[in-house]
Design a protein around this ligand. Structure first.
Ligand code: AVJ
Length: 323
């Protein structure tokens, strides 16, 4: 391991296995049935997501990269920060555009240890002199594991990719509030959020012609099969993506195409789906500038910058602790 990479693992042993049992037991006995979207991302699911980001219909990754590629210098200059903290860092691919702006330290926080190690080693190799540290933790419950800021200025905490959209309003309020409580006066928060737009653009982004998003959605059934010894069959369920105009979010669901009975031996559960019954697998909320300003103000964060791509599809917004 290069001298300038350190790791800390804050997840208790068997954390993922226990969390999956808990989420499946609760979600599959709820009405309507529901699963949290974090279970999409096993190795296959992460590969499918990477393919989604290259699809012609899936604009968010390209739009966010366009903003970073054209505005990273301006964004970082507006913060005065030299340490970058990334929540849900994944492959840390777009992060490089920010690191290129004279950052001296990088802290990556992710629940996936494999993704974290791979990303940190790749960055340490490409950025000699950058102090890299990987923190294996869950950003929804373990923000306290992020190290405090050093003497040389504030930390720029970034949460990119539009992942904030996976949280419902109550989860977001808790997340923003917890984050605010951890920030010092010189720290800043950079948020990537997808914007409300026509369903004619939104729906195809979550129901692409090549069927990659459908495969990504179905893959969660394999995660349940492998993790819980379940016997879900892909052909019993169809992919559904719809725009909920009231909540302004995309919902992905899996709809039973016939009556289905599924056993989940690891949690001692048998679950019945009626033909046509749907299980919600993801919300992907879309935002407006005023709505974000309201939510973040409630959490004690004030606007410090707003950038969009040329077509105003996606936003990067900067926030500072309200004095
Ligand atoms: C990784 C949560 C930002 O909501 O757009 C992509 C996940 N789901 N296609 C999103 C996703 C279906 C993605 N995020």
């Amino acid at each position: 391991m290069p001298a300038d990479v350190t790791f800390t693992d804050h997840l208790p042993p068997h954390h993922a296995a226990e969390a999956l049992r808990r989420d499946a037991a609760r979600g599959l006995t709820s009405r309507p049935k529901v699963l949290p979207p974090k279970w999409f991302y096993d190795k296959t699911g992460s590969e499918l997501f990477d393919r989604i980001t290259t699809l012609p219909e899936y604009y968010p990754t390209r739009a966010e990269r366009e903003i970073l590629a054209t505005r990273a210098a301006e964004i970082v200059a507006a913060t005065g920060c030299r340490t970058l903290v990334e929540l849900g860092s994944g492959s840390s691919e777009k992060t490089r555009l920010l690191l290129d702006q004279g950052m001296t330290g990088y802290v990556a926080l992710d629940v996936s240890e494999d993704a974290l190690r791979g990303a940190c080693h790749a960055l340490a190799a490409d950025y000699p002199g950058l102090a890299v540290s990987g923190v294996c933790a869950d950003f929804e419950t373990q923000l306290h594991t992020v190290p405090d800021g050093g003497p040389d200025g504030g930390r720029l905490v970034v949460f990119l990719g539009g992942t904030i959209g996976n949280l419902d309003p109550a989860q977001r309020a808790r997340f923003f509030g917890d984050l605010r409580a951890r920030l010092g006066p010189r720290d800043r928060f950079l948020l990537g959020a997808d914007l409300v737009k026509s369903p004619d653009v939104l729906v195809p982004a979550y129901d692409d012609a090549a069927g990659v998003t459908a495969a990504f959605n179905h893959n969660v059934l394999d995660v349940l099969n492998k993790g819980l010894g379940a016997d879900f069959r892909h052909e019993d369920f169809e992919h559904v993506a719809l725009w909920d105009a009231g909540n302004e979010w995309i919902e992905m669901r899996l709809r039973a195409v016939r009556d289905v009975l599924v056993g989940l031996p690891a949690i001692d559960l048998v679950v019945a789906f009626d033909a046509g019954e749907e299980m919600r697998t993801e919300i992907s909320a879309k935002f407006r500038r005023e709505g974000l300003e309201r939510e973040l103000a409630t959490a004690g964060l004030s606007p410090a910058g707003w950038w969009t791509d040329g077509e105003a599809r996606f936003s990067l917004s900067l926030w500072s602790p309200t004095a």
